[in-house]
Design a protein around this ligand. Sequence first.
Ligand code: SF4
Length: 381
Amino acid sequence: MKKDFSPTLLDLDSLQIYLARHFGFCYGVENAIEIAFRTVEENPGKRIFLLSEMIHNPQVNADLQSHGVQFMQDNYGKQLISFDELTADDIVIIPAFGTTLELEKKLNGLGIQTEKYNTTCPFVEKVWNRSEQIAKKNYTIIIHGKPKHEETRATFSHASANAPSVVVKDIQQTIELAKYITGEKSLEQFYEEFKDQFSENFDATKDLERIGVVNQTTMLASDTQAIADYLKQMMIEKYKLTTANVEERFADTRDTLCYATLENQLAVSGMLETDADLAIVVGGYNSSNTSHLVELCEEKLPTYFISSEDKILSAKEILHYNFHTKKEVLTSDYLPNKKRVRILITSGASCPDALVEGVIKKVAAFFSNTINSEDLIKHFE
Ligand code: SF4
């Protein structure tokens, strides 16, 4: 873990760019991309499939597709290529966020070796291991994550193989879940309210008596903490526990965020201490960790979530993604008209650094008296 989270200043005179201390690609993504390209290289003539998008970045995925890799499912588990089309000769790569046990079994049943081309990130596996540990101690597993996200579906599948499991997407849903702990809500309501988010035979009247919280690795750290704290408090109140014996009912899992998510979030918080006019966050629109960085920036200043420099149409207009409405919007006059403009920039864990560089160069070109960016790079070398 890094200790200094102050941003790096690129002083281009009339434009000052503050780059987050930690941003972009993480170990898991780099590893997955490397394995995918190596697989293509080492297997000429073979059909190579990816269970779904490798990572949530359109450029990386397009690059893989241009090398002949085909995606079997879209991000929401919708089948693009039928499993019936696969033969034992094909290669199927499991993406960084892992997959469900059911899918793995299905592929193995078709004679496809999944272990050899499995790029599941060790930090995702760590969550699965943590779930297994608390399951062995008879705790029910509460997963804080986006119910439809591949990683959450994979974690849910692994967790529910060992213990009753339920997914909560946010604090509001956690507050509702707690009402089944206190008995304020009926079992019938649970099945309706948490539809598709609980494991088979889940019984909210008894499966919430001992619980532990794990999370999708890319959630907002503060959100997961708030969820765990809330549930812990509910257990203390319901069972008249103290912090000394709360473990009887609430497993101490600490958070299961990965280091990269945490560092990127801490670096954004560090960057936000700088006074600035706006923030630009670069990353894939369906990237969970990137949207959380946007969320943090939005609390403080105008924030533009873009997938590449192409979205910066001119010095006057920017096309950016509103992840609340899930739509791209056009904003005019996003750059303030002042002597010195200060911009904060960061990117998500699935965003190649080259995209950030592209954004910096594009914005820098709008400021006529800026220092040449090539000179600036030399300065850093
Ligand atoms: S964000 Fe974290 S868990 Fe996800 S792939 Fe990267 S290192 Fe692994």
